[in-house]
Ligand binder design. Structure first.
Ligand SMILES: Nc1ncnc2c1ncn2[C@@H]1O[C@H](COP(=O)(O)OP(=O)(O)OP(=O)(O)O)[C@@H](O)[C@H]1O
Length: 286
């Protein structure tokens, strides 16, 4: 109950298997980072959850109801993505008016407040907005909808650094006031590292890892020093990757962090989320 369950979902495009028997759950009331390299299958899964495309095998359940062509489910979920679903010639404020007519859960007052925070001119037509402001408009709509499940597919494309920070800040505040499930698919991992509670990492159509950020950061660390010292310390440990420069080596390790013995010649440091992601998914893109 109260979750998005992905059950044995497979999706193929001709000879490409975009999703390969994927099963996991987005629980209610958490902020997720949905991560993966280019072509990993993120948008495919998001589009399936949002009912824009269908699975070849398996199904998606939202609050225990099949998501496929189900209006009751439709009202619980909103997906903000790069695709332009808004008519070019309509002013932002009129878009708000129309959305208000179609979505019971749309808070028009909040939409205008958010627009003002971003400096979005609601008197402009959609096509007159810059790329960044078109994204801001779509974010504003997503944030002003009081639905239990909100999915952002690459939400900050085209936003400058100030607007990206404002978006993360507003999202967190919104979440604190109104707990719901927020799923953010992004490549800007470090930017969302402080925002997200749990990571789902997808790689070549399969789930590679689902873990809380806290656990990940606790169990991931790097070991640096002369190559032979690093190798000696890492013997028997779960090393997920290396960087090497001259005789120096850095090993990236997952697991319990045992203090380096005196004289071992290695230094242990925390590993950030982006490094962890890069090392886990390093072996070839699509
Ligand atoms: N309409 C389509 N027709 C054919 N192949 C497709 C189609 N959509 C996606 N694919 C393929 O499915 C795989 C997964 O693509 P998807 O867009 O889901 O990845 P993604 O993780 O969202 O990538 P990115 O981060 O680059 O947006 C890729 O190999 C892609 O080329």
């Amino acid at each position: 109950m109260n979750a998005i369950q992905i059950k044995n979902v497979t999706k193929r495009y001709h000879d490409v298997t975009a999703l390969d028997d994927v099963s996991f759950t987005f629980e209610h009331g958490k902020i997720y980072g949905f991560l993966g390299r280019n072509g990993a299958g993120k948008s495919t899964l998001i589009n399936i959850i949002a009912n824009r495309i269908f699975t070849d095998e398996g199904e998606v359940l939202i609050d225990d109801m099949p998501a496929k062509e189900n209006m009751d489910v439709h009202e619980k979920i909103f997906c903000m993505s790069e695709e332009d679903l808004y008519a070019d010639g309509i002013k932002v404020k009129d878009h708000f008016k129309w959305i208000d007519c179609f979505y019971e859960s749309f808070d028009r007052k909040k939409a205008f407040e958010i627009a003002e925070r971003f400096g979005l001119n609601t008197g402009k037509k959609f096509k007159q907005l810059s790329k960044g402001y078109q994204s801001i408009f779509k974010l504003t709509v997503a944030m002003a909808l009081n639905v239990p499940y909100v999915i952002f597919d690459e939400p900050v494309l085209g936003l400058d650094a100030n607007h990206r920070e404002l978006f993360y800040d507003l999202l967190l505040r919104e979440y604190e006031n109104n707990e719901r499930t927020i799923i953010i698919a992004t490549h800007l991992i470090e930017e969302v590292a402080n925002l997200i509670e749990e990571v789902v990492l997808i790689d070549k159509g399969k789930v590679l890892l689902q873990e809380s950020v806290e656990n990940l950061l606790e169990t991931g660390y790097s070991v640096s020093g002369m190559a032979n010292n690093v190798d000696a310390y890492c013997d028997g440990k779960n090393v997920i990757g290396y960087d090497e420069l001259g005789g120096m080596k850095i090993a990236y390790v997952l697991g319990e962090r045992f203090p380096a013995p005196q004289g071992s010649g290695v230094q242990l440091s925390a590993m950030n989320l982006q490094k962890l992601f890069v090392k886990l998914t390093e072996k070839g893109g699509n």
